[in-house]
Design a protein around this ligand. Structure first.
Ligand code: PLP
Length: 481
């Protein structure tokens, strides 16, 4: 493909993308295929000779689309949102064109510098304490990780390194393995599975703290009790991962209460706000972030709720040296003459891979084309839609709401057994008109209704509810027969 053909095909692709997104609600949101469906639709070997672009595009509809779960359909209510906006998609095209690999400042200075400034912009929108911002000479700063899972893992590894060094500074005879087996990390039983995985990958014990049975949040009292007991048993508590907006029910740990306990016990506090964190750009939600001044690191996913397409997970640390110091390896071929100046950031020290894309371009385009007010309007609209859905559920005596609706997620169920609710979800999934996923809350099978697509409107919510009540009617009829 030469530049001339690229121009033509590129314009066609933009039309294809806009058509797809404008009409996505007409497709069944959930695919009707069996595992392995795709292999039989394409050859078993790559072609020897070039094929035409038309042939490939024909196969997009024949091979790919039947196996797509349409995350951007306004009838998609599963998991949490995957953000999507046109400015972010355009920026991603540019990122592909520039195609730099920004592991060090010198490998593409704009890639590093824009990222640092974008994380400061977002940090200011969130009213993060100054200590998390890079500024021109700060000790903190932000980085774009691929996912919240990586952010949690990075924070745990940095905390682990810091704890080992601290113990060795007091007792230089202690070997690293002797210390590692005594380290204990903590998180809520409601936290995302990626936190448990971080413990497994980091080779440390991760204890899950039971949560309050109404709010699904960790209480300071219990954390304190468990930590003190572990210390008495000779263990070394070193890390706590709090969640603001849990995956199951969007519950909020009270970090203003938990933070001082972590600080008192020399434990790194990481705050995972993968989904809900974006809402803190709205003053009415910002109080939920109070206490962030006690944290060592904080993360949210603009790729969930801030209109920046996947992947873009924003992470801030209060002391960049904690992170850089933990992972620094400097082969000659990655060194550059400016790195000792103190003004440059080499992001390879802040993440697991070496290579990294120019992801801050997406933030820059989105922040400029929406402005803070546009982003706030997006969050508020989705919260409003969730409240509207909550009212529909509350008005139907057969259903109950299972957790406070604070943001864009509604947890609800039919009054009755888990089996009844499982059967309702089976019917919903089989029907493929809307898509949701369940969770367990206090042993009860609950349906999660998350407002996901940027294009979801009130009419979609009402239509989804009409559909669910119809399936409920049929289910209840069938179960009395
Ligand atoms: N943390 C929370 C609270 C989440 O809800 C999720 C995903 O939904 C994650 C972490 C994982 O996010 P990622 O896919 O960016 O690793």
């Amino acid at each position: 493909m030469n530049a001339g053909e690229f121009r033509r095909r590129g314009k066609e692709m933009v039309d294809f993308v806009a058509d797809y997104l404008e009409n996505v609600e007409q497709r069944p949101v959930y695919p009707d295929v069996e595992p392995g469906y795709l292999r039989s639709l394409i050859p078993t070997e790559a072609p020897l000779e070039p094929e035409t672009y038309e042939e490939i595009m024909k196969d997009v509809e024949r091979v790919i689309m039947p196996g797509i779960t349409h995350w951007h359909s306004p009838y998609f209510y599963a998991y949490f949102p995957a953000a999507s906006s046109y400015p972010a998609m355009l920026a991603d095209m540019l990122c592909g064109a520039i195609g730099c690999i920004g592991f060090s400042w010198a490998s593409s200075p704009a890639c590093t510098e824009l990222e640092t400034v974008m994380l400061d912009w977002l940090g200011k929108m969130l009213q993060l304490p100054e200590s998390f911002l890079a500024g021109t000479c700060g000790h903190g700063g932000g980085v774009i990780q691929g996912t919240a899972s990586e952010a949690t893992l990075m924070s745990l590894l940095a905390a682990r390194c810091k704890a080992v060094r601290r113990v060795q500074s007091m007792d230089p005879e202690k070997s690293e393995p002797e210390i590692l087996i005594k380290l204990v990390a903590y998180t809520s039983e409601q936290s995302h599975s990626s936190v448990e995985r971080a413990g497994l990958i980091g080779g440390v014990t991760m204890k899950k703290i039971p949560t309050d049975s109404r709010t699904y949040a960790v209480t300071g009292e219990l954390l304190k009790k468990i930590v003190e007991k572990d210390k008495e048993a000779g263990l070394i508590p070193f890390y706590f991962c709090a969640t603001l907006g849990t995956t199951a029910s969007c519950a909020f740990d009270d970090i203003s209460q938990l933070g001082p306990i972590c600080n008192e016990h020399n434990m790194w506090m990481h705050v995972d706000a993968a989904y809900a964190g974006s809402a803190f750009i709205c003053p009415e939600f910002r109080p939920l972030l109070n206490g962030i001044e006690f944290a060592d690191s904080f993360n949210l996913n603009p790729h969930k709720w801030l209109l920046v397409n996947f992947d873009c997970s924003a992470m801030w640390v209060k002391k960049r040296q904690d992170m850089i110091g933990a992972f620094k390896v400097e082969p000659l071929y990655l060194r550059h003459e400016n790195q000792e100046s103190g003004l440059v950031t080499d992001y390879r020290h802040w993440q697991i891979p070496l290579g990294r894309r120019f992801r801050s371009l997406k933030m820059w385009f989105v922040f400029r084309m929406y402005g803070l007010h546009g982003l706030q309007a997006h969050i508020r609209k989705q919260v409003c839609l969730a409240k509207e859905f909550e009212s529909l559920v509350r008005a139907d005596q057969r259903f109950e709401i299972c957790a406070d609706v604070i943001m864009g997620l509604v947890c609800f169920r039919l009054k009755g057994s888990n089996e009844l609710n499982q059967n309702l979800l089976k019917r919903i999934t089989k029907n493929r008109e809307i898509h949701l996923v369940p969770c367990y809350l206090s042993g009860r099978f609950v349906l999660r209704f998350a407002i996901c697509s940027r294009t979801t409107e009130s009419r979609h919510i009402r239509e989804a509810w009409r559909h669910m009540t119809q399936l409920t009617f049929e289910l209840l009829q069938d179960s009395v027969q």
